[in-house]
Design a protein around this ligand. Structure first.
Ligand code: IPM
Ligand code: MG
Length: 358
């Protein structure tokens, strides 16, 4: 089969980790007899530098002409919050998510057996295992609500960001979560702040309706502050965690760290049609960009998710994940996951080893 992949290399470490991942994808093609064709898409700070805006016209259409999108990372201090919105990389990231209708962001956080020591939690907690799937709503809530900044008479400047959710938006992300749970350990934890927020009360009532419909799936409500605490106290209790956009942003960073490193976690963002977008959950790490130090594993595992979800190539996805596990079991470590005194390899070497194992 032939597949067309849009590549958003982006900023900082983005280009390096995408490079290694492309070589992994090509290795899979060689081994399993597929052809992968790539379309470069300019987005992020690099686009601002090249054409003056972070989200050039036609970006979404270029992506839509492909079967899937692979993104490295965007952002950096050079295009900071003091710059106009159209020049900031984050604006482009939100725009592409919205324009491709990618409302469901799946962020699996699993403690890989070889990395038990990299888990910052107590040994007995780690040994109980961590294998959860964060399902984050990605195109609604406070990220996309009306914003304003204005002068008041007596309180100086004032700013507001509106958090809004409709039943329709909550229902479709809720269904995703229950469907995913059916393929896993059949438990959904819905995270909200229903003791304070009206959006959360609407969220909760919709989730309860769905829980009745998906009666074969165990269901619980968890308040977001409690969830943040439970993630470090006993993360093994979670299977599928579904939550709104900003809570999911925050909790998924926390979930990544308890599995050893943010450099390990992939993600998939999907809507109801093609293409879906795959990206590591970490950022562009400008401090180590271009130094062959970044961990390419999160991006390589994102490609595995692409094989599984966009191309229905489960065997190929398993082969990539097994190759990553083998490299880790053999003790290969990039700086972010090495213990003090352990030998460290670079981005390119890690990519090469993983390819050899496919
Ligand atoms: C993420 C990132 C983005 C987000 C930023 C870069 C806008 O933190 O994908 O988690 O908040 O969604
Ligand atoms: Mg984030």
């Amino acid at each position: 089969m032939k597949y067309k992949i849009a590549l958003i290399r982006g900023d900082g470490i983005g280009p390096e980790i995408v490079n290694e991942t492309v070589k992994v994808i090509d290795r899979v093609g060689e081994k399993f007899g597929h052809t992968f064709e790539y379309v470069d898409v300019l987005l992020g700070g690099c686009a601002t530098d090249a054409v003056g805006v972070s989200y050039p016209e036609g970006t979404a259409d270029r992506c839509k002409s492909c079967d899937a999108v692979l993104l490295g990372a965007v952002g950096g201090p050079k295009w900071g919050s003091d710059k106009p919105a159209e020049q900031r990389p984050e604006t482009a990231l939100l725009a592409i998510r919205k324009d491709l209708g990618l409302y469901a962001n799946l962020r699996p956080a699993a403690l890989r057996p070889a990395l038990m020591d990299a888990c910052p939690l107590k040994r007995e907690t780690a040994e109980r295992g961590i294998d959860l799937l964060m399902v984050r709503e990605l195109t609604g809530g406070i990220y996309f609500g009306k914003r304003d900044k204005y002068q008041t008479e007596d309180r100086g400047m004032e700013a507001t960001d509106l958090m809004a959710y409709s039943e329709k938006e909550i229902e479709r992300i809720g269904r995703r979560a229950f469907e995913m749970a059916r393929l896993r350990r059949k438990k959904v934890s819905s995270v909200d702040k229903a003791n304070v927020l009206e959006t959360s009360r609407l969220w909760r009532s919709m989730m309860h309706r769905l829980a009745k419909e998906y009666a074969d799936v165990a269901y619980e409500d968890v308040l977001v502050d409690n969830c943040a605490m439970q993630l470090v106290r006993d993360p093994g209790q979670f299977d599928v965690v579904v939550t709104e956009n900003m809570f999911g942003d925050i909790l998924s960073d926390e979930a990544s760290m308890i599995t050893g490193s943010i450099g390990l976690l992939p993600s998939a963002s999907m809507g109801d049609g093609a293409p879906a977008l795959y990206e590591p959950i970490h950022g562009s790490a400008p401090d180590i960009a271009g130094q062959d130090k970044a961990n390419p594993i999160a991006t390589i595992l994102s490609a595995a998710m692409m094989f599984r979800y966009s191309f229905q190539l489960a065997e190929e996805a398993n082969a990539v994940e097994a190759a990553v596990d083998k490299a880790l079991a053999e003790g290969w470590r990039t700086a972010d996951i090495a213990k003090p005194g352990e030998a460290i390899i670079g981005t390119r070497r890690m990519g090469e080893i993983i390819r050899e194992h496919i």
